[in-house]
Write a protein that binds this ligand. Sequence first.
Ligand code: AQP
Length: 354
Amino acid sequence: MTEPVAATPAATPAASPAASPFKTRVFSGIQPSGGLTLGNYLGAIKRFVQMQDSGIETLYCMVDLHAITVWQDPDKLRHNTRELAAGFMAAGLTPAKSILFNQSQVPEHAQLGWVFNCVARMGWMGRMTQWKDKAGKNAEQASLGLFAYPALMAADILVYHATHVPVGEDQKQHLELARDIAAKFNHDYGVNFFPLTEPVIEGAATRVMSLRDGTKKMSKSDPSDMARINMTDDADAIAKKIRKAKTDADALPSDPKGLEDRPEARNLVAIYAALAGTSIAAVLSEHAGQPFSAFKPRLIDLAVAELAPISSEMARLMADPAEIDRMLGQGAQTARAIAAPILDRTYDIVGMIR
Ligand code: AQP
């Protein structure tokens, strides 16, 4: 198989699927490659919390092995990993309901990743838009790890036989590749061992854009801090960034169609909708005709009310890094108990003496 299998975004899964041999299990991860952004929060973490609270088995991972595919200062990486764990918990994830851990403490990810490096085809990897974006014209200088990133991501998911992965829009192609890898493995070895995992891409803000350029994704590694809202920003910083966010001179339309060709306006409305837990159409029907000078203060109120408590809880948790490390260590042990037998069976299928 050379072409990615199309993956349709699935609705939030039921706890017990009718016809699948695989138990519903949710896995997702975030790279500790910088501080968490509003994009990570609305595109991923908010959904993580909803899935956790719906009673499904959930595993959420700080993917530090992915982070080092581009240069990371070691001290900053440690700090960012703890801060990411603090962000998860401050947003509502809890070790009482979810398995929270960092990737490098569960060696089965890298071990299955190697098997998948041998299943995935060079052509598949070369077509990944994230690889093309991140390696750019400098592909010769990019790390081999950056190229192989999606095979490790497939291993992250499939080492738990995860059936659903909540992600933002930008990860859809990698999820399709994970399905290709699972399908090729199953086909080559004549088994039905790995599930074809479904992406869960839902909500009004599956792709939050930069506050400075509505055509660019909001990203942790954007050189401009004004382009993003960080989960560590306090109320003043959030207000300042929204006040200065790029917009246009027109008032808000009454219909989502009126936001076409207005990427910055669309972005702020989508952020509002995602924070309020409603749709873009509903936000427009409430605010139609308003200029941004009237809409932005409402958005600031909403963003500060939701994000400022998370940022202060993160600061409180970060005051006790040993407790975060202890929690991550325990999460890794629980995760290994699921991953080890799946890796063992994979090695057996491949023909390695056990
Ligand atoms: N702007 C975004 N809008 C919606 N979802 C987003 N996600 C990231 N940015 C947005 C989602 O967050 C999850 C974790 O992403 P990641 O940090 O592992 O990787 P990324 O997508 O590469 O995020 P960044 O911020 O752009 O990191 P850097 O700058 O290091 O590359 C994923 O589910 C992603 O979809």
